[in-house]
Design a protein around this ligand. Structure first.
Ligand code: C5P
Length: 412
């Protein structure tokens, strides 16, 4: 994927008010270097940090800051500008602009353009780490993501206010690279991808269950990354409090047996199965009809083994007259990561296994992770990054392996 994916793309760059606004000047240059045709809109607050003249010089175009500029409206009205844009990027996106976008406000030129345009929207947030972590900001972002808005970053590190944490604007080059990825060729165009995600809950009685710490974040990110690559994605989710990624169909299940039934029903229609769910290996042999009472004695639960869904799918991966299903498993290990995962790859006859270390705060509930991809004859280490970035790299690898005949897959 190269940055020439942005050549001649008409990009409307929105800049909102925050100290990171100065970095948008560099971004304007980088977008133009990548061949994009850039027009800049500043919010009133952004114009307090950086002058419109800076962006006019860098973009080579008039810069707009207000809905009420008669001369500008006479030249290119805001509706024409909204139609002109093939892509809208807001960098930096302040907590305030994110809140206004989430609620469909049109109280200044930039938010009005976002509502009036059919162009895909990407936002690169930048704010103080406490504002970023605030439940209101995160809820607004979840809402925007479900509407298909791309959230680029933020990065972590030291902040202009002296704090350290998440909330730094991504570097201009990283923003351009992320945009280019979205506009590059789609690697899984038309492929049917089935993804399982989240934990399973195995009921003990009407109020208690056996579960695990999986949040579903990795599987949901995988579903999103597959949809971004043009796949038709069906997500089968165990109990997870996460929004459905844009363009993905979703079926919610609770127990391993429900997940098994839902997956087996979908398998005949899929080309790739990515089993990211943390499926419970055991369930109570019997579910008590009423809440179990304390008796003063030891309570023993007898557990029955659940079906190994992935192993069962693997046994049926070869289908007459159709290519084999490409199978991807996950291996969460607390020790001997690579040997354990490679043994699973072979035992379950997978095409790829995604190994990650869990325990001590790593893996399950975290927003970022570090992965080791293993396939017959090869491996790749994906260094620590947020789960969406990892999922995007994973999908690129899956598409690459799938494009090669099984016997000739690269060693790296
Ligand atoms: O052997 P292990 O449970 O560690 O394998 C993990 C992989 O197998 C994951 O991809 C998981 O989704 C899948 N799995 C399954 N059914 C089970 C247990 C695990 O599909 N009962």
């Amino acid at each position: 994927m190269t940055e020439s994916a942005l050549a001649n793309l008409r990009v409307l760059l929105g800049v909102s008010g925050g100290i990171a606004a100065y970095k948008a000047a560099e971004l304007t240059r980088r977008l133009r270097d990548a061949g994009a045709d850039v027009r800049v809109v500043l919010t009133e607050n952004a114009a307090r940090f950086v002058t419109p003249l800076t962006f006019q010089a860098l973009s080579g175009q008039a810069v707009r800051t207000s809905l009420w500029d008669e001369a500008a409206e006479a030249a290119m009205g805001h509706i024409e500008l909204a139609r002109w844009a093939q892509r809208i990027v807001i960098a930096p996106a302040s907590a305030d602009v994110i809140a206004r976008l989430a609620h469909g406000r049109a109280d200044d030129l930039l938010t009005t353009l976002c509502l009036a345009s059919a162009a895909p929207l990407a936002i690169a947030p930048a704010m103080n780490q406490q504002m970023w972590a605030h439940a209101a900001t995160q809820a607004n972002l979840d809402l925007l993501r479900t509407r298909g808005v791309d959230v680029l970053g933020p990065a972590s590190g030291s902040q202009a206010c002296g704090d350290v944490g998440a909330g730094r604007l991504l570097e201009a080059d990283a923003i351009v690279a992320e945009l280019a990825t979205r506009h590059g060729p789609k690697l899984l165009d038309g492929a049917r991808v089935l993804v399982s995600a989240g934990p399973t809950y195995e009921d003990i009685d009407p109020v208690r269950f056996i579960g695990n710490r999986s949040s579903g974040r990795m599987g949901f990110a995988v579903a999103q990354a597959a949809a971004e690559q043009g796949a038709q994605v069906h997500l089968i989710a165990g109990p997870a409090h996460l929004p459905t990624p844009a363009g993905v169909t979703r079926c919610d299940v609770r127990s391993a047996r429900e997940m098994h039934a839902a997956i087996m029903q979908q398998i005949p229609q899929c080309d790739i199965f990515i089993s990211a769910a943390a499926v419970g290996d055991y369930r109570p042999g019997e579910v008590a009809a009423h809440k179990l009472k304390k008796t003063g004695a030891t309570l023993r639960l007898v557990l029955t083994e659940n079906p190994d869904i992935l192993a069962e799918v693997a046994a049926h991966k070869t289908r007459p007259g159709k290519p084999d299903i490409f199978l991807v498993g996950f291996a969460a290990e607390t020790q001997n990561l690579e040997t354990g995962a490679r043994a699973k790859l072979e035992r379950k006859k997978l095409d790829l296994i995604v190994a990650n270390r869990v325990g001590d705060g790593a893996g399950f509930d975290a927003t970022d992770n570090e992965l080791l991809l293993l396939w017959p004859g090869g491996k790749e280490h994906l260094p620590r990054a947020d789960k969406l970035a990892l999922a995007r790299s994973l999908l690129v690898r899956i598409a690459g392996l799938r494009a090669q005949p099984a016997g000739r897959r690269s060693k790296r």
